[in-house]
Ligand binder design. Structure first.
Ligand SMILES: *Cc1c(COP(=O)(O)O)cnc(C)c1O
Length: 365
């Protein structure tokens, strides 16, 4: 078997022990005689799976008791609408604040505008092509607003907030799709956290929402049932059929993290991996890392050679060497190495070795 180092931004690598366990349990989960894929979501076996997944996630993320954990479908993109519909009524102003730090936060903002809501962009780094995250200070957050939405780690541009913005009484809503469970985070600083699972948690099909209880039940009566967090919370994510298999896989990933030593340990491992890459980028001039100091992502590392043809050659030769999916997002070009939890340290070392070799063999004149 020939596993490659897969630097895809998502869907992305899953830990080998998790895949092995899923393979071992594929034909018969426990004594059930059936795959988890084939089980009723109301069966005792499955109920134990989803309950354990939630308990383990609460443990590793240290989620306070006054927060609900929802396992949903529809992707992070569906939450762009859900966030607005569930929260816009929180304050009498019915005003929503957005910081636009890249494509996904831009889409979230546009979704609110599209729905005819009073949405205001309070900060953006669009003018510098999102080479850093915007500064958000307490005085920029109108205290009469219903919520402030940010994207904490910008998957396409490779930027991340190095701090949690101070919002006063206004709930902070954050898209953590590409950095969830990569390091400890103080959940109590957020009103809502959501994430598509396919970056750092599970196969595609699962969307995680962590919502503070006082933010449930604020939506108009006309909210579509499947977007209403209250309905989903009241039914323990089982209002309809949940993404059963993806939840099971997420549960295996949470167990894997627990066994490794939790998110402190995960952070240490991720920092070590990112440092190998950033230290190399900072030590030379062949490759340029466009992200400004202070905004560097630990999960998505972007770089360019400054020559589009060389960038193309880099991605294709790297793929031949077993380093897959290093081409940058179609909207920005260049290269992007996504080094989520499941990427081994050796994968990043192999990438840096390849980068050195490529630079030697392809001089710029
Ligand atoms: C991938 C991604 C999304 C979109 O997720 P879907 O699950 O495909 O809708 C949204 N936000 C961020 C930060 C992402 O990385």
């Amino acid at each position: 078997m020939n596993r490659v180092y897969n630097f895809s931004a998502g869907p992305s690598m899953l830990p080998v022990p998790v895949l092995e366990r899923a393979a071992a349990e594929m034909l018969s989960y426990g004594e059930s005689g059936m795959s988890v894929m084939e089980m009723s979501h109301r069966s005792p076996d499955y109920e134990a799976i989803i309950k354990k997944a939630e308990a383990d996630l609460r443990e590793i993320m240290n989620i306070p008791d006054n927060y609900k954990v929802l396992f949903l479908q529809g992707g992070a993109s569906t939450q762009f609408a859900s966030v607005a519909l569930n929260l816009i009524n929180r304050a009498p102003s019915k005003k929503a604040l957005y910081a636009v730090s890249g494509q996904f936060s831009g889409k979230a903002y546009k979704e609110a505008v599209k729905m005819g809501l009073n949405a205001k962009c309070i900060a953006t780094t669009k003018d510098t092509n999102f080479d850093e995250v915007p500064v958000i200070t307490r005085d920029m957050v109108d205290q009469d607003a219903s919520y402030l939405h940010i994207c904490f780690n910008n998957t396409i541009y490779g930027t991340k907030y190095s701090y949690i913005p101070e919002c006063g009484e206004v709930p902070l809503v954050a898209d953590l799709s590409s950095c969830i469970i990569s390091e400890p985070i103080d959940v109590s600083k957020f009103g809502v956290i959501y994430a598509g699972a396919q970056k750092n948690m599970a196969p595609a099909g699962l969307t995680l929402v962590i919502v503070r209880e006082d933010l449930l039940g604020l939506a108009d009566e006309t909210i579509p049932t499947m977007l209403d967090w209250k309905t989903l919370a009241d039914n323990d994510s089982m209002y309809n059929t949940p993404p059963c298999y993806a939840i099971y896989m997420a549960g295996l990933v949470y167990e894997w993290i627990k066994d490794l030593g939790g998110l402190e340990k995960m952070k240490e491992m991720n920092e070590k991996k990112a440092a190998v890459l950033y230290d190399y980028l900072d030590s030379q001039s062949y490759y340029i890392a466009p992200v400004k100091a202070g905004s560097r992502s630990m999960m998505n590392v972007t770089f360019v050679t400054g020559n589009a043809d060389l960038d193309k050659k880099f991605a294709s030769e790297a793929a031949k060497a077993g380093l897959k999916n290093l081409k940058g997002h179609r909207s920005v070009g260049g290269m992007r190495a996504s080094i989520y939890n499941a990427m081994p340290y050796d994968g990043v070392v192999a990438l840096v070795e390849f980068m050195k070799k490529f630079a030697e063999e392809n001089p710029k004149d």
